[in-house]
Design a protein around this ligand. Structure first.
Ligand code: DAH
Length: 346
């Protein structure tokens, strides 16, 4: 009787195992038959009431079924797992045509971009790059470029002193002296770099950038200066750009001029609402002039100036100012805050 029951349960279970289509159903079958309170265990519990002669026979049959079912369950489990894996491999195939996630890329700072732009323009007409130190002697920053000791520009209010006779350069003009002292004329150089002044508001920063230009040769004239700057202005702001020179004073040039470019936004139509020129039609962008003979004396070019017709022109451009004009940046301080929302626009 019990043997028959065993056979019945065993065969039914084998069918259920074969038909189980998911791992969960299979597990449910295993628990129902082989679990602690499962059908097979229940039969074995009733073994006590069987006769001593029957007991080993039933026991052996029950163990045999148990092994048989366990094997069947294991095999089915392996094949169901394989089915699940196959489905996963099929469905989760990666789509190689999907665009990949882009790594975040930084960008060049607007000051660096503007500097490179200016250097590129001047390098096309033969200006070589030269740089000088940011910590400069008071002599080269001031005396050698004709700014005497009693000149207001040397005031402690404007200049950062780094030690006795040593300053953070207040302009790139001392590079003119360094270049002429270390090289024989002709020279034609461009020198970008940071400069420092004790000043801070929406249009002034204690550290900012300039580009100094210098061209020294026999017979260099004011019209060469005008032609050079006119080329520069057209390259930077567009081919219709005009320039105008207004007489001005800088100790290291004579004559000196402030140079304006025609407004690249309203194009000299002189709109009173123009954001860039505010209705004047012109924008001041740099200072320039013919190199003062005192600079030639300071570097040992004095003789050539007097006897060989050596002359030259120089100019100084504020890089931040150009960057602000080109990109319509309203406040200088934005350029030093390091705010990624601002910087990522460039
Ligand atoms: N050094 C002047 C400044 O910092 C700029 C400048 C003006 C440079 C005229 C020059 C120049 O070479 O000729 O404001």
């Amino acid at each position: 009787m019990i043997i028959e029951n065993l056979k019945l349960i065993g065969e039914k279970t084998l069918t259920e195992v074969a038909e189980a289509s998911t791992l969960a159903t299979l597990d449910e079958v295993r628990v129902r038959v082989l679990g602690k309170k499962g059908a097979l265990s229940e039969i074995l519990k009733g073994l006590g009431s069987a006769s001593p002669a029957e007991r080993p026979v039933i026991g052996a049959a029950a163990n045999e079924w148990k092994k048989k079912l366990e094997t069947a369950l294991d095999e089915r489990k392996v094949s169901l797992e394989q089915i699940v894996l196959d489905a996963k491999i099929r469905d989760e195939r990666s789509d190689v045509s999907l665009p990949s996630r882009m790594p975040h890329r930084g960008s060049l700072h607007p000051i660096t971009q503007t500097t490179r732009k200016l250097v590129k323009i001047f390098s096309r007409i033969g200006f070589d790059l030269n740089t000088g130190p940011e910590i400069e002697s008071e002599y080269l920053n001031f005396d050698a470029v004709n700014i005497p000791a009693d000149h207001p520009a040397r005031d402690m209010q404007d200049t950062f002193f780094a030690g006795p006779g040593v300053v953070l350069r207040t302009h790139t003009t001392p590079v003119q002296i360094r270049t002429m002292k270390s090289e024989k004329w002709p020279v034609r150089i461009l020198s970008p770099g940071a400069v420092y002044r004790n000043d801070s508001d929406a249009t002034h920063s204690p550290m900012f950038h300039q580009i100094e230009g210098l061209w020294i040769d026999r017979g260099v004239t004011m019209s060469d200066l005008k032609g050079t700057l006119s080329f520069f202005a057209r390259e930077l702001f567009g081919s219709e750009t005009k320039i105008r020179l207004r007489p001005s004073y800088f100790p290291f040039v004579e004559p000196g001029a402030e140079v304006d470019v025609s407004c690249f936004l309203c194009r000299l139509k002189i709109s009173p609402t123009c954001k860039v020129c505010r209705g004047s039609g012109w924008i001041e962008i740099l200072g320039a002039g013919m190199v003062h003979p005192r600079l030639f004396e300071a570097v040992g070019y004095g003789d050539a100036y007097l006897r060989e017709g050596l002359t030259g022109f120089a100019f100084g451009i504020g890089i931040e100012r150009v960057a602000m004009l080109l990109h319509e940046i309203p406040d200088l301080r934005l350029m030093y805050d390091g705010d990624v929302r601002f910087l990522s626009q460039f």
